[in-house]
Design a protein around this ligand. Structure first.
Ligand SMILES: [Zn+2]
Ligand SMILES: [Zn+2]
Ligand SMILES: [Zn+2]
Length: 147
């Protein structure tokens, strides 16, 4: 795990299993950036290997959420606020069948619909923080019926 942790100055960390890369500053528009998006890098502050971040770091804070505005995974909306150069947008209901949630434990991607319907990962049974759904308006449109 520690084998590939180059340490650049700064707090913005990009995580990719099994390599954890640390970045300082923006990588927008570079080849690296496109590769990172394709490989489910998670952009955030003090991201650990299960996508916990500086803001949400309890044992069950193990999901990252793709932000529809930039198609990038962030551990939370606060990380997006700090690191992205644009305001966050939420997933519209008509795109809830797209993969938008990453389990930080097994790297399974869930659709918005599947995520909203469960509190555990369908892939590895890791428990997700149920409180995350209290903030779901930060990520997903709320003009729908959850049940
Ligand atoms: Zn964004
Ligand atoms: Zn965060
Ligand atoms: Zn999982």
């Amino acid at each position: 795990m520690s084998m590939c942790r180059p340490s650049y100055p700064g707090h913005a960390i990009v995580v990719h299993t099994p390599c954890f890369l640390r970045f300082n500053g923006s990588v927008h528009g570079t080849e690296d950036w496109r590769t990172m998006v394709a490989q489910h890098y998670v952009f955030g502050i003090d991201v650990d290997e299960q996508t916990r971040c500086a803001h949400y770091h309890q044992s069950f804070d193990v999901i990252a959420i793709k932000h529809v505005c930039c198609e990038r995974y962030y551990p939370c909306h606060l990380c997006h606020e700090v690191l992205a150069d644009h305001p966050a947008e939420v997933w519209p209901v008509e795109r809830f069948q797209e993969l938008a949630v990453l389990c930080g434990v097994c790297e399974l991607e869930l659709t918005v619909t599947d995520y909203l319907a469960t509190n555990t990962c369908p892939g590895c049974r890791a428990e997700f923080n149920p409180d995350c759904k209290l903030h779901r308006e930060n990520y997903f449109a709320t003009n729908y019926d959850l049940r």
